[in-house]
Design a protein around this ligand. Structure first.
Ligand code: 3PG
Length: 306
């Protein structure tokens, strides 16, 4: 009988775990849940006899893959898979998948939650600012970017996007203006919402030169990954532009410096929580479970990323 390990340092909701278990009960698989584990060695130990693994931002490095002698598939219940060593997985013959789109709405809603929070001075009575009529640039028009665009229109914002991997026709069909270069996007928009993945090309790519193109009132909201920001450039932006503001779902390494010196112009969530809703847990968890069953029973490799 196949064994599935659900390893989530940041636990799924109780309801999501129950629904995920139900999927596996129907196929007769054994399920073990390893939630909120204090040390990476716990994952290394627990994975030893697992045939399949469901994770969130949990680290699946070479050590985990070496320890997992029976492992055939890892599904990252979510979008970004920068936490998985794809090269090691491929070498070991382990299939890696994500569950694209399943937690996107939660992330997109958080971007606006943070924007409103900052624009209203942390929900204090001081006079704030509105989003209506402002220009929002969506940097990468994937699942999250698209929902961000829809919500932005509800706020009455003018919406722009740049994504070299998405056809202009698709972007413009949504009533979003497609920019031809990343520089055009940043030059035009006082608000930028980041939705690029973290990879060798994008890490540190949001730098001073790019952010400094933004017009007066420049505000960057990052619900993607902290690594895509060049932190030296970020600090320089705060130092040189007193209109600049930065929001991030998971704090940058320079958090203390920014919070001390630029209070009111930045906000960081204490833990990455963009996808932490009951709905997103359920959608991504059940999708991961279904993909595992489909792969183990039928060899279905839809959403394979390695
Ligand atoms: C993702 O890549 O899907 C999001 O960043 C959510 O990550 P999480 O599952 O760790 O909350």
């Amino acid at each position: 009988m196949a064994k599935v390990l659900i390893a989530t340092v940041k636990p799924f909701s109780t309801e999501a775990v129950a629904e995920v278990k139900k999927v596996f009960q129907e196929t007769g698989y054994d399920v073990e849940v390893l939630a909120k584990y204090p040390d990476q060695s716990d994952l290394v130990g627990a994975v030893a006899d697992a045939d399949a693994l469901i994770i969130r931002s949990d680290i699946v490095d070479r050590a985990v893959l070496e320890a997992a002698k029976n492992l055939k598939i890892v599904v990252r219940a979510g979008a970004g898979y920068d936490n998985v060593d794809l090269k090691a997985a491929t070498e070991k013959g382990v299939v890696v998948m994500n569950t694209p789109g399943q937690n996107s709405n939660a992330v997109a809603e958080l971007a606006f939650g943070m924007l409103v929070f900052l624009n209203r001075n942390g929900l204090t009575p001081a006079a704030g600012r509105e989003l209506r009529g402002k220009k929002l640039g969506i940097h990468a028009y994937g699942f999250v970017g698209r929902i961000v665009g829809m919500i932005a229109k509800g706020f009455g914002m003018k919406v722009f996007a740049f994504d070299p991997f998405v056809d202009k026709v698709i972007i413009e069909k949504d009533g979003v203006t497609c920019e031809q270069s990343v520089e055009d996007l940043y030059s035009k928009c006082e608000y930028i919402s980041l939705h690029i993945p973290a990879n060798a090309e994008t890490k540190g790519s949001i730098n001073f030169g790019l952010m400094n193109l933004m017009p007066e009132g420049a505000t960057v909201v990052n619900t993607a990954r902290k690594e895509v920001i060049d932190e030296a450039g970020l600090v320089k932006m705060f130092r040189e532009r007193d209109d600049f503001r930065y929001l991030s779902d998971i704090a940058p390494d320079c958090k203390d410096e920014l919070e001390e010196q630029y209070r009111g112009r930045c906000f960081f969530t204490p833990k990455k929580m963009g996808a932490q809703t009951a709905e997103a847990n359920l959608n991504a968890g059940v999708a991961a479970a279904t993909q595992i069953v489909s792969f183990l029973e039928k060899g279905d490799t839809t959403f394979k990323v390695n």
